[in-house]
Design a protein. Sequence first.
Length: 332
Amino acid sequence: MKDSMSLKDMESYRGRLEVPDDFDSFWSKEIKKIEAKPFKLIKRNFGDNIKNVVFYDLFFKGTDNGIVHAKCIFPAHEKNIPVVFYFHGYMGQALDWVDFMQYAAIGVGVVAMDVRGQQGQSVDNGTYAGNTVLGHIIRGAVDGPDHLFYKNVYLDVYTLIETVADMSRVDKEHLYSWGGSQGGALSLIAAALIHVLKCATQYPFLSDFKHVLEMGDRGLPYDELFRYFKFYDPFHKTEDKLMRTLSYIDVKNFAHRIKCPVLMFTGLEDDTCFPATQFAIFNRIESPKKHMLLPEYGHEAMFYYVDSAAFNWLFDTKFPENPPDTSSNALE
């Protein structure tokens, strides 16, 4: 099912509910609570044939007794390495090591975090290794903003970037964020909570929960929001309270905090993260921004030219973004 809103209306849409008055103070207080976190780097060896790239597992302590893992892939030289922070989709984990080798070719490092409670090596609450989904959106919501699962994930993002930026090999003035779906949301959170130079995001998740509720249950990944009402509050007596609590992790509400340039990709056939919820973020961003629309795509892998467009925009490369002109290819 397509979004109920027309493209014309989306172009000025800012979401169904406004930012809470204490939103910025809430997040400032949460960040101030973070103490310097000890971390561990473990070097990995994937064969003697790899000469110009080094690999590390990074582990650090997150909030609420979490243990956060990230893959680090750096060019072998030791100084002034730009770094892109890559974030994965909901229920997943960081991509395989080999998937990040392309960045080393242009001298860029990659740090890819496993979101706690999902499929990677991060551990939620010091106890739960591996997948505890579904239910992450509303986990803790009954008890208020301080207890939200995604509050901890967002603070993990902040701590990750702080930790990596302080490494001697890293150029802290050239940090980037990139991801799709949940990863697209976390890429934006990175830009909102800490300095990055550029942010690229593909069909970001976790936005405009009220519009999602009004659209009705379309299955994963927002089904847990509807199950809350179906099995816990069928008469919606707590809806206003729940929507206010979730507003503290609603990505559109972070948009005004973003200061860097942003590139967003949206598939207009997306029936998982509805396009209107993505426009609600984009239209609130006050920094330089670019929105690339794909009319035939939904919430799926975006083939051909999309990754090149993101790579070019982030790193000023010049990979083709358009079909080639074949008029001169004929043999004479």
